[in-house]
Structure formats: C-alpha cells, structure tokens
Design a protein around this ligand. Structure first.
Ligand code: NAG
Ligand code: ZN
Length: 296
C-alpha cells in the first residue's frame, strides 16, 4: 500500500511528464466514493470492506484514485484508454456518443466499466482480480461523469490551453481539479469527505432529493449488455454537458482565456451535480453487484 504522499508524488511526476490527464483529480474521485459510502446498503459495505481488506470508513475513498496511478505504470499502461471515451461529435452544435464510432476497438470507459463489473460478478475470478476490478469500477463510475472524459475534441480538452488564476493549464485539467476544488475548498482527503457530507445532505433532503430516484433509472448489472447500456447512458449524459456548459460558446471562447471567474461560476453547478449523481449511482451499482452476487 502506497502512502498518500507517495501516490501524489507519483501522480504529479506522471502528470508533468506524460500527456493526457488524470480525470477528476483524486479529490473528485474520493468525493464520489464517500458519497457512495453514505448510500450503500449494510451488506454492500461489509462485502467491499472484506474484498478491499479495509474496515475503515474510507474503504471506498482510499482506493478511488488508484486507477490513475496504475495507468502510468508499465503493468497498467493497457488501462489508460479505459478512463474515457472519445466521442467524435461536434460541440457545441452537436453532442452524442456512438459506441461503434467512438469505442471501435473496444477500449473505452463504457466497455471497461461493464468489463470490470463482470469480473466482480464472476465467481471464478480470483480475489486479487476481483479486488482490482472493484478499484476500477469505483474509479470509472467517477470518470464517466466528467464531461471531458466523454469527448474527443482537442484530446478531451487537454489541447485547449487556458489559464486559471493566472496559471497556465488546460481545459481538461480545470474540469478535473481546479473547478471541483473551487467548490470543495481543497484537494485533500478531508476536503473530499466534507464535500461528500454536504452533497449527501443535498441528495437526501435538499436540492437533489427530487432527482435522486431518476439518477438510477435504467441502472442494471443483470447482463453484460445491460452493464454496457447503463454505462453508455451515463457517458451520453456527461457528453451532453460538453455542448451545454463546457464548450457552450465554442473553443474560441475559452482558448487562451482565464477561466477562474464567470466560466467557473457557470461550471460549478454542473460539477456539483455530476459528482453527487455519480456518487449516488456508485452506491446503487455496488448494491446491485452485491445483490446479484448473493443470488447466484
Ligand atoms: C477487461 O478486464 C481484463 C482483465 O483485467 C483486461 O485484461 C482487459 O483489458 C479488460 N478490457 C476492458 C475493455 O476493460
Ligand atoms: Zn481516471
């Protein structure tokens, strides 16, 4: 088990030396995981605490960003394309995900989420492989909610240079990290935990209460096809935000601009919603896996 600071060092070295990005920064993934921890059924919690060999309250959050360090290792390089789907649409005028077009070689987040869910449900898989599969699933349910992980244009915004509070960065990166951190107030595990508490309350009794049930509509782990269909539905929903929020006025409106002001103000509600929704969905997805596993 790597320490958090070792992981962060590895991540920042990787981020500085390799193209591509990490998807929601660690904090976003941890927030999704903490929200899920707040909604899972008791037997789901027991199941994953056992599988992940961690009886603490952080059993999901502490592995939520693992896949982003794994992808930069030699052994894990194959998994890099599993963090996104390259929707070859035309934002902002036309958004959409087409599995045949956008996941032609089968290596994309939609198939990866279905695949690692299948491994979790495979009674014949080893504990070690099911543990890896759990970490992948926990991570990818987060990534699939990041609009620029469901977009091909300019390498999911990685090639759109912007500044944020005067610092050079890119559009993808600010959606991963700066904008979420502008809402939560920081990048630490404790920021994630407290943001998750706020969003959990919003789901249970606040602004998201009326939407909660709808977020799980269509969610099914019953067959490989329903796993893929659910993931595609989530990716399509995130991708739509590229047209209505991320690039609403086109690339030229953001390229070279400082986006820490009005742009961030407009993006924050979408980031909050995506994180809250994917946290709740992760809980329901893990519940469905445990229900299916125990009925076979
Ligand atoms: C599915 O999981 C297997 C086992 O880890 C892996 O080798 C394969 O690359 C995965 N494929 C996808 C699309 O996730
Ligand atoms: Zn990722």
């Amino acid at each position: 088990m790597m320490t958090r600071s070792a992981t962060l060092t590895l991540l920042s070295v990787a981020a500085a030396t390799l193209p591509g990005a990490l998807a929601w920064g660690a904090m976003g993934h941890e927030t999704v995981a903490y929200i899920a921890s707040n909604f899972v059924a008791a037997d789901t919690k027991a199941y994953f605490q056992d599988l992940l060999d961690d009886t603490s309250a952080d059993y999901l959050a502490s592995v939520a960003a693992w896949a982003d360090s794994y992808r930069y290792t030699t052994a894990g390089k194959f998994s890099a394309p599993y963090h996104y789907i390259d929707a070859n649409d035309s934002p902002p005028s036309s958004c959409g995900v087409d599995l045949d077009r956008d996941c032609a070689d089968g290596a994309c987040i939609v198939n990866a989420l279905a695949n690692y869910t299948s491994i979790l449900l495979d009674g014949g898989a080893s504990d070690a492989n099911r543990q890896i599969a759990a970490k992948m699933v926990i991570h990818f349910v987060g990534d699939i909610g990041q609009p620029l992980h469901c977009e091909a244009l300019e390498v999911g915004g990685n090639d759109i240079d912007v500044t944020y509070d005067g610092d050079d960065t890119n559009l993808h990166h600010i959606w991963d990290s700066e904008i979420p951190e502008s809402v939560s107030g920081g990048s630490s595990l404790s920021s994630a935990k407290s943001w998750a508490t706020t969003l959990t309350t919003a789901i249970k009794t606040g602004e998201y209460k009326s939407q909660m049930t709808g977020w799980a509509t269509g969610l099914s782990v019953a067959t490989p096809a329903t796993r893929q269909a659910t993931a595609l539905q989530w990716a399509t929903e995130s991708n739509a935000r590229v047209c209505d929020t991320v690039l609403v006025d086109g690339v030229s409106a953001v390229e070279g601009e400082d986006l820490s002001g009005d742009y961030t103000d407009a993006a924050q509600p979408v980031v909050r919603l995506q994180i809250a929704k994917q946290g709740y969905r992760l809980a329901k997805w893990l519940d469905a896996i445990v229900a299916a596993a125990s009925s076979t």
